[in-house]
Design a protein around this ligand. Sequence first.
Ligand SMILES: [Zn+2]
Ligand SMILES: [Zn+2]
Length: 435
Amino acid sequence: MGKLLSPAAVLIAAAVGLAPVGSGARAQTRTLVLDQVRIIDGTGAAPIEHGRIVVAGERIARVGSVDAVPMPADAERVDLTGRTAMPGLIDSHFHIENDPKLALRQLSHGVTSFRDPGQWDEKFVELRRMIAADGLPGPRIFTAGPHIDGEHPAYPADAVVARDPDEARRAADTNVRSGASAIKIYFRLPFASAKAVIDVCNAHHIPCTAHLEVLDARELIDAGLHGIEHITSFGTSIVPRVEAERYRQAVLADNNARRDGRYQVFARADLDGPEARALYAVLRERRPFVDATLAVFERRADKAVDGAAPAMVPVMAAGFGKMQQLTRRVGLAGARLVMGGHSTVPYAARGEAPWRELELLVDSGLTPLEAITAATSTAAAFFYRGDEFGTLGAGLEADLVVLARDPSRDISAVRSVERVMVGGRWIDVARYGKY
Ligand SMILES: [Zn+2]
Ligand SMILES: [Zn+2]
């Protein structure tokens, strides 16, 4: 991604008809005005009713109320009366699996950027080819390379195995050299090796995240961990040590023990107990990013997911309720919540996981604006890209979604997507919606 122009430079470039740096060969910068639209800018600020967004080329030139932002000459005006514009959603936890079209389907749902949480680059070749073939500007893709796990990895095909801190450090270095914009630690990596990976990330100023499960959240956050994947990563940090160790040994003996075990841990956890309070204190101090991925863990007592043992169904529903409560608690303690859809989840249709995640964040106690902020400006800050995209502000990339309804009143309105723009260009929503 090219360097940003200052807002003033963008305006000057627009005024004299020059393309901003990085926009390629197009000589003329097209100026587009989205007019009379309700604006949710992604910062958490109250919506602007009757707003005006001026897009010059790839970037946003001006944002404000129609009274404050003059209509530029020779602009193409789109009347969006009654509609809402907000920044494109950022999915901080998107598994491409073997389904590159899923990324384009999510794009039609307003997801203009995603971060892969650990996968070989080879898995993205087909998606990049499709994007290039269509001349698409997005979705913006942030990859991590294979996640770094210890011996007997949980997902062998997606992992590199590090047997000691030196191997872990070298694996992280190799991922960074290969273009990773984040690194993910997996839970079988011992603490000293995880710490070595964190140090590589911090040296390169890229986010380091971890699926903790049997690693201790408090220790790793203290060691400089930037982000935590899954609210379940806190399981062993919120129960008494004897119980945490029992769960830890079960998962170390069999990676699959976590599938039921994490719900049992959460169902029993005391969110006001001494362990939980010690966790909140660390979060308050270090303010890591937390990608709860609630939608993938959602379980309902009245609608069991295939394969759940009947006795486990109520335990899973109770455990999930506690996961939602803990999501709210860690947010109140100071963790910075982001939105991770996790691609395929039990109670959402294909491509709709990010919408379900936003609904579950609100169901957990966030306001709709807080949930939108998690999926926009906070996610961009998580990637160290807050000065490039993630909010509707002058000088930023024009990544945005136009909705028929107002999601600041009802978060489910994120489902009412009419238009999607990436880098100043409208996406073919109808076409990608069929993918
Ligand atoms: Zn994970
Ligand atoms: Zn995942």
